[in-house]
Design a protein around this ligand. Structure first.
Ligand SMILES: Cc1cc2nc3c(=O)[nH]c(=O)nc-3n(C[C@H](O)[C@H](O)[C@H](O)COP(=O)(O)OP(=O)(O)OC[C@H]3O[C@@H](n4cnc5c(N)ncnc54)[C@H](O)[C@@H]3O)c2cc1C
Length: 350
């Protein structure tokens, strides 16, 4: 049985206020996921007439606080680590939980990164609350100061609405790429408090010596993505997808079954168990548009689908639909785009 320590079961939920957001940072910069969550925290705090409070642990937190301030963070609470340099979930949980207990936030948003996932359950256990994981949209019921979170469930067949009525803070995670990046806010002032902490006492033998970013395709920041699905017929179909992506200066995406079949590596997978993307242009070639794929790309600005089946679900989500065989449509599109590009002066971005 889990022993719950330092439990905070709120008898008076009205004592809990403001929207916390965990500010994960790497190499002196806020991660994309935490910036997206900061943007959401500000949006929800604004509706509630409360503050967006960024919480960070690590080194050089003044720079992190300045970056958070430039994106509109109202309050920054930092635990500046004076001994080790890396991440320790045990120690970080301790520091963040102490901020939660002291400050009593009503809502707490954490990006669903590896680090965020590690922390969120520990903090929730310590503060005796629940977590709605992998949420795809958030809003607030203002009169009741309740967070409304939507997440896919039951094998992603339904989108559920989750409320946490009895416990505080109301905690959620969302995967990086789920929301728009916030805009910078000119002249915004943030109230900064940074306390000094030591990890050694909590982290035990744990020591991160170096953080190395794995070379992995990041589709979340791609402006153009051409994705292929089972309709390509076989692995060599991806040559046509890559040709079109290259002609557009874009990246290659994929549905899950073609990854499972080994036609293309996992880092290209878009969807619920792949990456969540929001490019300016998303071309879905031979992809049916099952909900698990749609949740990962529906925020794209313009969606073009190529499919032999006009009844395929993806059509409903598309701005443009090409009712054609991918083996004919993809080379034709590539050819036309190359022609247009060839006619464009080299100095123009096209
Ligand atoms: C827990 C869970 C998580 C999942 N996570 C993901 C995920 O992250 N990403 C994801 O993509 N899926 C995911 N899936 C799988 C998902 O349910 C679908 O099975 C998958 O998205 C379907 O892939 P598809 O569109 O490539 O294949 P299909 O559904 O088989 O669709 C193929 C499409 O190609 C069209 N087609 C066939 N031949 C041609 C042709 N010659 N030219 C043009 N069109 C053609 C067909 O009309 C059809 O619409 C998940 C499933 C589960 C249960």
């Amino acid at each position: 049985m889990v022993e719950l320590i330092n439990c905070v079961v709120p008898e008076h939920p009205e004592e809990y206020h403001d929207v916390f957001v965990y500010l994960e940072h790497k190499n002196g910069k806020l991660t994309r996921g935490s910036l997206e969550m900061l943007g959401k925290a500000e949006e929800l705090a604004h509706k509630l007439n409360e503050k967006a409070v960024g919480v960070a642990v690590g080194k050089n937190l003044k720079e992190i606080a300045a970056e958070a301030e430039s994106y509109g963070c109202d309050v920054f609470l930092g635990a500046e680590v004076t001994d080790f340099s890396g991440f320790s979930s045990v120690a970080y949980t301790e520091f963040i939980t102490s901020f939660v207990e002291q400050y009593k936030p009503n809502i707490f948003l954490i990006s669903g990164s590896r680090e965020g996932r590690d922390l969120v359950s520990r903090i929730a256990i310590r503060t005796r609350t629940g977590v709605a994981a992998d949420c795809i949209e958030l809003d607030v019921d203002v009169p009741n100061r309740l967070l409304i979170a939507w997440r896919p469930s039951f094998g992603d067949k339904t989108i559920d609405q989750i409320l946490c009525k009895r416990h505080r803070p109301q905690m959620i995670t969302s995967r990086p790429g789920s929301y728009k990046m916030p805009e910078k806010v000119e002249g915004h002032k943030c109230e900064v408090t940074i306390k000094k902490v030591k990890m050694a006492k909590y982290a035990g033998e744990h020591k991160t010596l170096e953080f190395k970013q794995k070379d992995r395709l990041d589709l979340t920041s791609a402006k153009i993505i051409v994705s292929g699905g089972l309709g390509l017929g076989n692995a060599s179909g991806f040559k046509l997808v890559k040709d079109l992506a290259d002609s557009l200066g874009g990246q290659v995406g994929a549905s899950r079954p073609v990854v499972d079949l080994g036609w293309i590596p996992y880092e290209h997978q878009v969807g619920q168990t792949g990456q969540t993307v929001r490019p300016k242009l998303y071309i879905a070639a031979g992809i049916s548009g099952k909900i698990q794929h749609i949740v990962g790309m529906k925020a794209s600005e313009t969606i073009v689908s190529i499919n032999t089946d006009p009844e395929a679900p993806i059509v409903k989500f598309s701005d443009y639909f090409i009712n054609a065989d991918v083996s004919k449509a993809l080379p034709k599109l590539t050819e036309e785009i190359r022609k247009v590009r060839a006619g464009t002066p080299a100095s123009s971005p096209g």
